[in-house]
Design a protein. Sequence first.
Length: 196
Amino acid sequence: MTDAQLVARAQAGDLSAFEDLVTKYQREIYGLACRMVSDPEEAKDLAQQTFLQAFIHLRSFRQEAQFRTWIFRIAINQCYNFLKSRKKYGDPVDCDEVVLVGEDDTPEEELISQDERRRVYAALKKLPPKQQAVLTLKVDQGLSYQEISEVLGGTPGAARVNYCQALKTLKNYLRSEEDEVAMHPSPALATRVSRR
């Protein structure tokens, strides 16, 4: 059944149709929230709040946009509100469980890919919230610039510019981190190098 059909049935009072929509999008919404707030527990709460808001406002949804972009917009707004209201930023919490590891990866490859993901997520958190959102929607969710503009507001061109700027900034963060590691190797590494 299509989203439009499920929405129509849910708007007519069929709770099982809304439950089908929740089942279909809960993983994507949770992943989006986890990337935005970097806290799995908060992300669960935000995903629940997203679906609660969607349920409350479902009758006013006129299907001029796709349900997927509408629910992502609600999720992004929930994340923005959370980030604005949070006064203290704690240490980053690892959200690696959201990313699936390839079944054929060796333990060494899995360890390297986890380390690379941690570096990327740490750099992602340094981006402004809108750039984080654009990058997450484009890369993780596979939305087009048109769909991103519907979720975040603005034009597809602005979404593309934000995406390009986010990639550029992300690359600069990662490059500067690599330069920092190269300039200041760990003491253990320096000891191993000096013994050779």
